[in-house]
Design a protein around this ligand. Sequence first.
Ligand SMILES: [Zn+2]
Length: 175
Amino acid sequence: MIDEEIEQHALGILREFDALRFPVPIEAIAEAKGAVIARNHFSGTESGFALRQGRTKIIGVNTATSPRRQRFTIAHELGHLELHAEKALIVDHSVFLYNRDDLSSAGTDRQEIQANAFAAAILMPDELVHPKLQHEFSRGNFDSRDELIARMARAFDVSNEAMGYRLINLNYMTA
Ligand SMILES: [Zn+2]
């Protein structure tokens, strides 16, 4: 289920900036890749955007969303900047992140899947998830699957939802 090329791309960036530790410093990484992060409070459904204007790259983040969600948005928009250089502007809406059924364009859908895959790969690289998961299992101090997901999510500073998907996609859990 994972896209090996995108996984390697994300891992390469983490290694390039000596950032292979959790929680991944996604904002510093995006800035190191030349993006300016613009925070704004939008009352609409926008979660963020990726804008390219000449050499300028801007990642817009809606601060009306939770801090963990904002980290995912930065990672997702960085994914667009890294993978979709042909697009000058991509605006994302909260409802599209995991529920892609509403999207009419298959091309957009593919790009959103790729940006989500990139975000998961850079925020939750298997190189870090695997040892952390082993550590949690060796200590065994969780009573349920949900508690384990929440514990992992806290460590990586991502939403429980994002961590749950990631653990399934990495085949550590069944759907
Ligand atoms: Zn997107």
